[in-house]
Design a protein around this ligand. Structure first.
Ligand SMILES: [Zn+2]
Ligand SMILES: [Zn+2]
Length: 344
């Protein structure tokens, strides 16, 4: 099969003919239709995340169809969460399937046992520690895959699998904050803003200073205020989400918070955070991060996404142009989320 392979970080991906994977126990063999490009792919490519599998096939926002099913796992693995258990999804040959970042957990560590599989000590991640979707085929553990809402095409739904899903986890961490700021108005922000507005939040968009085009786009989406990340909003915020991987935004966001407010860092990688006066944190302000996703996040998100309905902005590239898509993403020259189109 054709695949775009990362041989080592900081080198372009190489188009190669590699063996088609075989589905193991509990796995699906999936013919990949589309795979959206995530900023995390850039972090892996640029060597900013430690110990990737090498050589590696990147990509963790995968949409495809089930081609073959490995030996079934009989004991009925369960989706544990604080509200009880939910049966794992079942798939048949030909079903459309979404494959996210969280590829496997042990189900047995202290985190898994307490409903926090996103923090699992032994988790495997798609397109990072196991092969992903920049290829014609991939295999995935069926228990971590999702059925996708029918209203979306394979291209439209791909960005929901990470930007949407992990963005949603960041959003949920803000609780019932009425005034919500978002720093870094890229793919994840664009999707989450639609849910926040749908749920009646007042949204404040912070972009790179002077980026009037993005501020205008945010206003058209329905935010109450848009400005540069060096500006103070007209009112104090109950919460802020930072999607940009820029550490100095943390103390900046903290200064924009009302008492008891929370700053949620939604990225997997960020530059160093500069020091700041304790007074900025005092009065019960909180700084937290979001790591990965749980399957419950996915179940909730794919339930709400078509109700809003969340619309995605995409720009497609054929598989062999993955390096071009990644370069344009890094340079901020995309008109939407880059989606690799692989099978028709
Ligand atoms: Zn675990
Ligand atoms: Zn991602």
């Amino acid at each position: 099969m054709r695949a775009m392979v990362l041989n080592e970080p900081k080198r372009p991906l190489e188009l190669r003919d590699v063996p088609k994977p075989k589905p193991g126990r509990g796995q699906l063999l999936v013919r990949v239709s589309t795979c959206a490009v995530c900023r995390t792919d850039l972090h892996v490519l640029d060597g900013e995340l430690p110990n990737p599998k090498l050589p590696l096939i990147l990509g963790h926002q995968i949409v495809g169809h089930v081609e073959e099913i490995g030996e079934q796992i009989c004991e009925g693995p369960e989706r544990r969460d604080s509200r009880g258990t939910k049966a794992a999804p079942t798939f048949a040959i030909g079903d459309r399937v979404g494959i996210p970042w969280l590829g496997w957990t042990d189900g047995d560590c202290a985190y898994c046992r307490s409903g926090r599989e996103n923090l699992c000590d032994n988790a495997l991640f798609t397109g990072y520690t196991i092969d992903g979707g920049y290829a014609e085929f991939t295999v995935a553990d069926a228990r971590y895959c999702f059925h996708l809402p029918e209203r979306y095409s394979d291209v439209e739904v791909a960005p929901l699998l990470c930007a949407g899903l992990i963005g949603y986890r960041s959003y949920r961490k803000t609780g019932d904050a009425r005034r919500l700021g978002i720093y870094g108005f890229g793919n994840a922000a664009h999707l989450i803003a639609q849910i926040a507005i749908y749920e009646g939040r007042e949204l404040f968009a912070f972009t790179r200073p002077g980026d009037k085009a993005t501020q205008q786009g945010a206003k058209e989406l329905g935010v109450v205020w848009a400005g540069g990340s060096d500006e103070m909003p007209p009112e104090k915020l109950d919460a802020a989400i930072i999607f940009a991987s820029v550490g100095p935004l943390v103390p900046a966001a903290l200064c924009a918070l009302a008492k008891g407010g929370i700053v949620v860092c939604g990225g997997i990688h960020m530059s160093d955070i500069p020091s700041f006066p304790y007074a900025d944190l005092w009065e019960e302000r909180v700084i937290t991060s979001v790591a990965n996703l749980t399957r419950r996040d996915g179940d909730e998100f794919f339930e709400i996404a078509p109700r809003v309905p969340i619309r995605t902005l995409t720009q497609t590239f054929p598989l062999e142009e993955a390096n071009i898509a990644l370069d344009r993403f890094r340079a901020g020259k995309l008109g939407g989320t880059a989606v690799l189109t692989i099978a028709k």
